[in-house]
Design a protein around this ligand. Structure first.
Ligand code: SAH
Ligand code: SF4
Ligand code: F3S
Length: 442
């Protein structure tokens, strides 16, 4: 069914891996001759690529599917597709269809590459399809990818997760770890460079596990070294990596590879060893402090960013104070803070000592205040300095300005001509704002 003239619309929730999946779905649809629209009501095909890592992510999706009812009524030929992690939960596809019978296709993360076939079937017989696999038949290489940016590209190097942190649903919906072959990754990056891409972010739920089970085995630091040798790549990033698996060799590789940016996202989750044990994170508060010190000692100007969960079951005031104090000690460059959300089917959901909502919110606010103070203070240190920025495009808030990031991932806005988009420029920072820097090209 080539050359559908349909317009499609995609909304994506969740992490960068979901973003990349959407780029693949978009690539498949463009391959059919469809065109993308950013206006929902103009679309013939609407796709929601969902996330279920926290309950509010799920609630949002339900709200959006509900909003489609009137569009389907106005256009019975509209095809509504729900895919992504939410659909991989037991009983969820049935729940979605029951609540929203006008949904046409529910497809899982492992078989979303089959969408063209499912769309064809729905067009022919009009019957809803639920097709959710619990694993794929091998990693599918060579799918077309319609990337959002033409400067920065995400490249997934491994899928799934084996860590089973006790609060987290990802291993249940994304399956076990499996790595792409290094030659497939290198070839994809060479192709990206030939198309003018400047920055590559290597993605995985725990990139440190990359290469296990491959023949021959290869470590993540050695993959970084391979990618670093590709001519034309300007910057390499990676995310995310589990603190328990950060080896000295990884720190060495970041320090020695000129293209690997000085930034690591290492999710801390909690500053209390007791809570970390309950979370099944397999490192202690002291281990994390040692890691942070090693990073700062070996990689000049390194930015350390993190994720923290507030209100994990059994978190006492003392545990929370430990989180607050480690945040102040490490002086994180940026922190994503989350309120613990019960995920059915995970071990933590069964724990009795759930923290009351009002206490969670109080702790959350106190933590965010401390983080903001640190981030703002650290940003101030950049005033007067000259930094290298990869220019990504026009600033979100002011079309007449340019925006980009430093090697250590700080957002910089500055005046400059659009000719600079896609280039590395030197910017002198004139003013620090709480979450960004303002500068001038020098
Ligand atoms: N694999 C990544 C994390 C992916 S999920 C890593 O380990 O670094 C992104 C973040 O969501 C996690 O780091 C965690 O902070 C948060 N998260 C996961 N499950 C959650 C839950 N049940 N409630 C609240 N936050 C959660
Ligand atoms: Fe979830 Fe833990 Fe795996 Fe990250 S490492 S995806 S937090 S189980
Ligand atoms: Fe969400 Fe799935 Fe990513 S649950 S965080 S979209 S792996």
């Amino acid at each position: 069914m080539k050359n559908l003239k349909d317009k499609y619309y995609i909304d994506t929730w969740g992490c960068q891996m979901n973003e990349e999946d959407s780029e693949k779905i978009s690539g498949l649809l463009k391959g059919l001759g469809c065109n993308r629209t950013s206006v929902r009501k103009e679309a013939d095909i609407i796709i929601f690529n969902t996330c279920c890592v926290r309950e509010n992510a799920e609630q949002k999706v339900f709200g959006h599917i509900g909003e489609l009812k009137h569009l389907k009524k106005a256009n019975p030929n509209l095809i509504i597709i729900i895919c992504g992690c939410m659909t991989q939960q037991k009983g969820m596809p049935e729940k979605i269809i029951k609540k929203f019978p006008y949904v046409d296709i529910i497809v899982g993360s492992f078989n979303s590459y089959k969408l063209p076939e499912y769309i064809d079937r729905v067009k022919k017989d009009g019957k809803s399809i639920i097709e959710v696999w619990d694993k794929e038949d091998g990693i599918i290489e060579g799918l077309p990818i319609d990337r959002k940016s033409d400067i920065k590209a995400f490249v997934t190097i491994m899928y799934g997760c084996n860590n089973f942190c006790s609060y987290c649903i990802v291993p249940y919906v994304r399956g076990r770890e499996r790595s792409r072959k290094p030659e497939d990754i290198v070839n994809e990056i060479k192709d990206l460079v030939s198309k003018g891409y400047k920055e590559i972010t290597l993605l995985g739920q725990n990139v440190n596990s990359y290469g296990k089970g491959l023949e021959p085995e290869i470590t993540f630091p050695n993959l970084l070294r391979m990618v670093n040798k590709i001519d034309g790549v300007q910057r390499i990033r990676f995310m995310t990596s589990h603190p328990k698996d950060v080896s000295d060799d990884l720190i060495k590789a970041i320090a020695e590879c000129d293209k690997v940016c000085e930034h690591g996202h290492f999710a801390l989750q909690s500053g209390s060893t007791k809570i970390l044990t309950e979370m099944n994170r397999k490192y202690t508060r002291e281990n994390y402090l040692t890691l942070a010190k090693k990073l700062r000692d070996n990689i000049p100007d390194v930015a350390i960013t993190t994720d923290i969960i507030i209100g994990f079951p059994g978190e006492s005031e003392e545990d929370f104070e430990e989180t607050l104090s480690i945040v102040k000690k490490v002086e994180f460059d940026s922190v994503f803070t989350f309120i613990y959300s019960i995920r059915e089917g995970t071990p933590a959901a069964k724990l009795q000592a759930q923290v009351p909502d009002d206490i969670k919110h109080k702790r959350f606010n106190k933590l965010v205040e401390a983080i903001n103070e640190i981030v703002e203070r650290k940003n101030k240190e950049y005033e007067g300095k000259v930094v290298e920025v990869l220019v990504e495009g026009a600033s979100k808030n002011d079309e007449t300005r340019l925006t980009g990031r430093t090697r250590n991932n700080r957002l910089v806005n500055f005046n400059g001509s659009p000719e600079n988009i896609g280039k590395l420029v030197n910017v002198k920072i004139v003013r620090a704002q709480p979450f960004s820097l303002i500068g001038e090209i020098v």
